[in-house]
Ligand binder design. Structure first.
Ligand code: FES
Ligand SMILES: [Fe+2]
Length: 363
């Protein structure tokens, strides 16, 4: 890494407070990036569907008769009624307004009396499809039809995750912990993406799980990959079978720009972060916890509770204070601490994030 002659300054406060910048992010960034939609276990059988939202657009995912999971805008091609709500199963998608029906693959099937429409070619009417990718059972959608595939955005992540969590395909959500934070989503994401603050603010994490002096975060395409050595694993609150596979004793995480992260604790325990922006100074973080087949587990539930009570709680205080600070007339963006050797006391990962954040709202 080169030494800049002048310090690199943190992002100006308006990026975190200005409703116009927020509106541009919703319109642009969220419509061009891979966003978490839901888990494949929610659409196991043909006809299973669930609804979700990206960038203010109502969408749904549905399992086709051909086994393909597709996503569509949730809107009828007749006169725009929404097609489905919540989640469920259907043989065909029937619009509640005038009962036009669609195949699970989106083609128009029939509609009362539509044969009287002159020149109607049913094959020309189809639900509007949205790109969706299955990433080890985690379904991501992208409103940009020309978006590059996830493997190009996030090189090697699919393979690495499969190595770290060999049973990832059998995982199902056990618990979702919802964490409202009174801050801009970028404050929360930046805080997640550096460990310069860890030793002072996260005693449990820094003395119980990781060795902060070995923590590092490196870009890998549009992924920020966290690696670290772990503390003595005997001190973990659950048993770990180190012989079960090569990564059983490791911690790692893969943040997928802009709003999702896969995190693996020792013992190959997968958990996820999913940020959802709710306004310039409000976001919600969903912490997902998984087990094979979604089977209940005291260990995982205890971990979720401990994580909520320690790291999460500690971070809420930080990010909400930063958001108040960003509104202060006394704040001038300070220099980022960029250590050429990277490591835990460097903010090179924040520099990378802020570069993506600037690009996201450039016109
Ligand atoms: S709007 Fe859907 S059938 Fe009329
Ligand atoms: Fe933190």
């Amino acid at each position: 890494m080169s030494h800049p002659l002048k310090p690199v300054r943190s992002l100006e406060a308006r990026y975190y407070t200005d409703p116009a910048i927020y509106a541009r992010e919703m319109d642009g960034l969220l419509s061009r990036t891979w966003q978490y939609a839901g888990h494949s276990s929610q659409v196991e059988k043909p006809g299973d569907y669930f609804t979700f939202q990206i960038a203010g657009q109502n969408l749904f995912c549905i399992h086709g008769r051909d086994g393909v999971i597709r996503a569509f805008y949730n809107v009828c091609q007749h006169r725009a009624h929404e097609l489905v709500s919540g989640e469920g199963n259907c043989k065909v998608v029937v619009c509640p307004y005038h009962a036009w029906s669609y195949e699970l693959s989106g083609e128009l099937r029939s509609g009362p009396n539509i044969k009287v429409v002159p020149g109607l070619d049913k094959r020309e009417i189809c639900l509007t499809e949205v790109r969706v990718e299955d990433f080890h059972g985690f379904l991501f959608a992208n409103l940009d039809p020309d978006a590059k595939p996830m493997d190009e955005w996030f090189p090697k992540v699919r393979e690495e995750l499969a190595d770290f969590v060999p049973h990832i395909r059998q995982l199902e959500p056990l618990e979702w912990v919802e964490i409202p934070e009174a801050c801009n989503w970028k404050v929360s994401v930046e805080n997640y993406s550096e460990c310069y603050h860890c030793s002072i603010n996260h005693p449990t994490f820094s003395t119980g799980v990781v060795k902060p002096e070995t923590y590092d975060i490196q870009p890998q395409g549009h992924c920020l990959r966290h690696t670290t050595e772990c503390q003595n694993l005997d001190r973990m609150s659950y048993p770990i079978d180190l012989a079960s596979n090569p990564h059983a004793g490791e911690y790692s995480s893969w943040f997928l720009w802009p709003m999702f992260s896969f995190q693996v604790y020792p013992g190959n325990v997968l958990n996820t972060y999913h940020w959802r922006p709710q306004g310039p100074d409000q976001c919600t973080v969903w912490r997902g916890w998984y087990t094979v087949g979604g089977v209940d587990s005291d260990v995982i539930r205890r971990l979720a509770i401990q994580d909520r009570a320690t790291t999460v709680e500690e971070d809420i205080r930080i990010v909400e204070s930063v958001q108040r600070g960003l509104k202060s007339k006394g704040y001038r963006p300070g220099p980022l601490v960029l250590d050429p050797n990277c490591g835990v006391n460097s903010e090179h990962s924040v520099e990378k994030l802020q570069q993506w954040m600037r690009e996201a709202v450039k016109r």
